[in-house]
Write a protein that binds this ligand. Structure first.
Ligand code: GDP
Ligand code: MG
Ligand code: ZN
Length: 312
């Protein structure tokens, strides 16, 4: 786990705020008045994510983060060497795909695993339905519906409304490869997104590289906390999940839960072991072989990361 709260004392002296933008080690915190406040973290071992609830102490025009509230969920990617927090305290992960960008379904399934492991709702949004061939493209995602995940067709440019109902009352992160339309969709759905983007990129000095920043947008009017928020994240091509152990990873595969504990060997890798219930289910066409292969890959990556950490 990335370092949690530095001192999450019950009665922290700071002002409460919500982290609304992160870019490298620059953070913007919404403290409820004027604009978001540029804040710094004390130690270098700590990291903050959009969605983090923090306490800050004002220092001149800036702020220092003196406390981080415990997180209800934490979406992050990691391998043996690095970890990067994407979003904190989300209740829902929305992955976006579009017909004009080659979809990496391996990556898509990693996001599903992360959402499940953090007990978040997962929604697949199929964007750019205005493009020719999008109906065929949509069919490709029927297996995700079979797994139990909502598949919502939208056009960020022409009609984003189908997704609006899914966002209401949720704290969401919009995730996806670059070019799928995450930012366009958020601009269409969050009333103040366009205006906020400009001031945030100025404050973070991210300039035109706004796409490398992660930004949180409130869905309702300022102050109406119940309507939720949505986080826009930069496009990602890697998503290591080395921080989860084998049992948590396996549990995150909803299609494999019914086979839990039914293989002959307790530590079955669902590969070529005799008496493997999962392999039998693959042969019977009840489980997708690629999903099981991904589970084995994730378990291997997790074990390799653990060995690397022990060697250090
Ligand atoms: N035709 C069409 N293009 C879209 C739609 N949504 C986004 N785009 C375009 O896709 C490109 C990438 O969009 P962007 O929001 O920057 O993607 P991001 O990298 O996922 O944030 C831009 O040129 C958008 O105008 C859509 O619904 N239909
Ligand atoms: Mg974007
Ligand atoms: Zn097995």
């Amino acid at each position: 786990m990335p370092a949690a709260a530095p001192h999450s004392r019950a009665a922290s002296p700071g002002r409460p705020g919500l982290v609304v933008a992160t870019h490298r080690r620059h953070y913007l915190v919404d403290v409820g008045d004027a604009g978001p406040l540029e804040c710094q973290l004390k130690g270098r071992t700590l990291t903050l994510a959009c969605g983090d609830r923090v306490q800050i102490e004002p220092v001149g025009p800036r702020g220092i983060v003196v406390g981080i509230a415990p997180r209800s969920s934490l979406l992050y990617r990691s391998d043996a060497w690095r970890e990067k927090i994407v979003a904190a305290n989300v209740t829902q992960v929305i992955a976006l795909v579009a017909p004009d960008v080659p979809v990496d379904e391996h990556l898509l399934n990693r996001w599903i695993v992360a959402a499940e492991a953090e007990r978040c709702r997962f929604v697949l949004a199929v964007n750019k339905t205005d493009l020719a061939g999008s109906a065929r493209f949509l069919e490709r995602f029927a297996p995700y519906r079979t797994l139990g995940y909502p598949v919502v067709a939208v056009s960020a440019l022409h009609d984003p409304s189908a997704l609006a109902a899914w966002l209401t009352g949720q704290r969401s992160v919009m995730i996806g490869q670059s070019g799928m339309g995450k930012s366009t969709l958020i601009n269409a759905l969050a009333p103040n997104a366009a205006a906020a983007t400009g001031s945030i990129s100025t404050a973070l000095r991210s300039g035109r590289h706004t796409t490398s920043a992660t930004t949180l947008y409130r869905l309702g009017a300022q102050g109406s906390g119940e309507s939720g928020w949505v986080i826009d994240s930069p496009g990602m091509t890697l998503f290591g999940l080395a921080h989860y152990g084998a049992a948590a990873l396996e549990h995150a595969f909803v299609d494999l839960r019914e086979f839990s504990g039914t293989c002959r060997f307790r530590d079955c890798r669902h590969d070529r072991e005799p008496g493997c219930a999962v392999q039998a289910a693959i042969l019977a066409g009840r489980v997708a072989a690629q999903r099981v292969a991904l589970l084995r890959t994730l378990v291997d990556e997790s074990a390799a990361a653990e060995r690397a950490v022990r060697r250090r």
